[in-house]
Design a protein around this ligand. Structure first.
Ligand code: FPP
Length: 258
């Protein structure tokens, strides 16, 4: 597996990073990693660039981390690309963010296909602009047979809305007799969420020093390990990802037990 990796060629600490990667692979790799990619605006501001320049740089980081996660054997990588609250941003920024999936997939889809990555999405797709919807749907269709990493975009996603919609659908199913109220348990309720096909995240990463969930996967993160870093998302690299997974591997998960 390591032979495939040419990521580290020009880095001074290449051998130690390679060793660390091998160590990771030899231990339990988190099956589902979710990332709140924060700090694009501040990254741009520090460089006197428009905020959207930070988003554009952040898009390239998604590619790098997807590649590495796939090579490490992570099964699902969920990236929070646009929240239901992000519509409040200036129109120009929203328009830019809505074009990023097209640019990302337009550029990298062949590579994702070659790497056996499957593209998925959670979020309210029908409220996305048509061009965004088309790009994501095409990628999902073109990669549906792939068996490697699932790259799951949270796009126009909001966890409270997701949970409320789930509750409404449960009520409708109970009222119409499709489901008995007594059958409702955590597992059944999970199947009413947008993540019904996915395991819950094992590890949540948030960049940029903010320590909050921002309406992201509130149900699904109940037992996840959290890892926060001050690094701004456009500066996040393979070494940071390795560090997060090492931290995960050093923790003892008890799921409420002892
Ligand atoms: C938060 O940073 C980031 C977002 C709202 C957008 C995240 C999107 C990307 C990283 C690119 C998505 C890539 C693809 C492939 C679709 P912020 O703007 O709130 O940063 P700030 O807190 O520093 O202002």
């Amino acid at each position: 597996m390591l032979k495939k990796m040419n990521l580290w060629k020009n880095q001074n600490n290449s051998s130690s990073l390679r060793d660390r990667i091998q160590q990771i692979i030899d231990h339990e790799v988190p099956s589902h990693v979710a990332i709140i990619m924060d700090g694009n605006g501040r990254w741009a501001k520090k460089r006197a660039l428009p905020r959207v320049a930070g988003h554009h740089e952040g898009m390239k980081v998604v590619r790098k981390i997807t590649k590495l996660a796939n090579e490490l054997g992570v099964k699902t990588l969920t990236v929070y690309a646009f929240s239901t609250e992000n519509w409040k941003r200036p129109k120009m920024e929203v328009d830019f963010l809505m074009k990023l999936p097209e640019e990302f997939l337009g550029t990298f889809l062949p590579e994702l296909i070659e790497e056996n990555v499957r593209v998925e999405m959670i979020g309210y797709m029908d409220k996305l602009p048509e061009h965004t919807r088309k790009a994501v749907s095409k990628a999902m269709e073109d990669t549906k047979g792939n068996t490697g990493l699932v790259l799951n975009f949270a796009l126009n996603y909001g966890s409270r809305a997701e949970i409320l919609d789930g509750v409404k659908r449960v009520l409708a199913d109970v009222q119409s007799g499709i489901m008995d109220e007594d059958e409702l348990n955590e597992e059944v309720f999970s199947s009413y969420l947008m993540t019904k096909e996915l395991n819950d995240p094992d590890l949540l990463i948030r960049t940029s020093g903010e320590i909050r969930l921002s309406n992201f996967m509130l149900w699904q993160l109940a037992y996840s390990e959290f890892w926060f870093t001050d690094v701004l998302w456009p500066d996040f690299n393979e070494e940071h990802f390795v560090e997060a997974i090492e931290a995960f591997q050093s923790r003892q998960r008890r799921f409420g037990g002892v």
